[in-house]
Design a protein around this ligand. Structure first.
Ligand SMILES: Nc1ncnc2c1ncn2[C@@H]1O[C@H](COP(=O)(O)OP(=O)(O)OP(=O)(O)O)[C@@H](O)[C@H]1O
Length: 251
């Protein structure tokens, strides 16, 4: 069976500097893969090169068994870029931006149909933006713009979602909405690859994580615990350095 993504020995150089340095990564159907790692470690570069948006300087990448340059079935892929690219400088309504998610399904012989309109309606509903459909996308808050970009990907009814920091700087309600939406998509068999610093409410959905450092995958498996974990409710492990047995340290 062909897998959504397979990268072997993937190398990327930007300004002649190595940014990805020999990455092997296969994304299986139905996975929810979190790509984690510090700022500048190459996370965006990795997912953009999986999509063929950045060419590899060495190695190989395939989408559903085909190199990006020869891949034609773009309706199978829903890409959510880092936010604030929504609408660009051109005024567009929320509905127009979300409708653009159907473009890969259009053709000269297949104009916008009732099925397209329904898919756009469903996507707007899923992210709680149906009542803002006529508003200008540029006038929305960052979290709302992120919802619109997610709705655009949902509208395309893809098989795989690729999301670049979908929760960065996004309010808690939008994060919950995204987690709920993705849970539904995964239950229907979709695959998700997402870049995230903090997983927040998406953590229970993640089936595997990879951690990038300096262009290399240095960890693969369950997601590492985020910093600040100790402050979260339900955090109950005992630290070796905890002062519990040395109460004098507390005074
Ligand atoms: N167009 C470019 N030209 C040159 N270097 C670039 C370019 N884009 C990114 N880089 C560099 O490549 C490295 C990886 O960038 P990338 O955006 O992939 O990291 P990231 O892990 O996604 O970071 P962040 O968490 O900050 O989004 C960084 O050192 C960055 O400065």
């Amino acid at each position: 069976m062909t897998v959504p993504f397979r990268m072997t020995g993937g190398e990327v150089r930007l300004d002649r500097r190595p940014v990805l340095r020999g990455v092997d990564l296969t994304v299986e159907p139905g996975e929810v893969l979190a790509v984690m790692g510090p700022n500048g470690s190459g996370k965006s570069t990795l997912i953009r090169s999986l999509l063929g948006l950045i060419p590899l300087s060495a190695g190989r990448v395939e989408l559903y068994g085909v190199p990006p340059a020869r891949f034609k079935d773009w309706k199978r892929v829903g890409y959510v870029p880092q936010r604030l690219s929504v609408g660009g400088g051109v005024p567009a309504t929320v509905r127009e931006v979300v409708s653009s998610g159907r473009i890969a399904r259009q053709s000269r012989f297949r104009p916008f149909s009732a099925a397209d309109r329904h898919a756009v309606d469903r996507a707007l509903e899923a992210v709680g933006m149906a009542d803002r459909a006529r508003d200008s996308a540029q006038e929305l808050s960052g979290g709302q713009q992120q919802r619109v970009l997610i709705a655009r990907a949902l509208a395309g009814e893809p098989d795989v979602f690729v999301m670049d920091e979908p929760t960065a700087g996004v309010d808690a309600a939008s994060q919950e909405t995204l987690a709920r939406t993705l849970r539904g998509q995964v239950a229907e068999g979709r695959t998700v690859v997402l870049v995230a610093h903090e997983l927040g409410p998406m953590e229970p959905l993640i089936t595997r994580s990879v951690v990038l450092e300096n262009g290399l995958i240095t960890h693969e498996g369950t997601p590492p615990k985020p910093q600040g974990e100790c402050a979260r409710p339900g955090h109950d492990h005992v630290h070796p350095h905890a002062p519990a047995e040395e109460p004098h340290l507390l005074s």
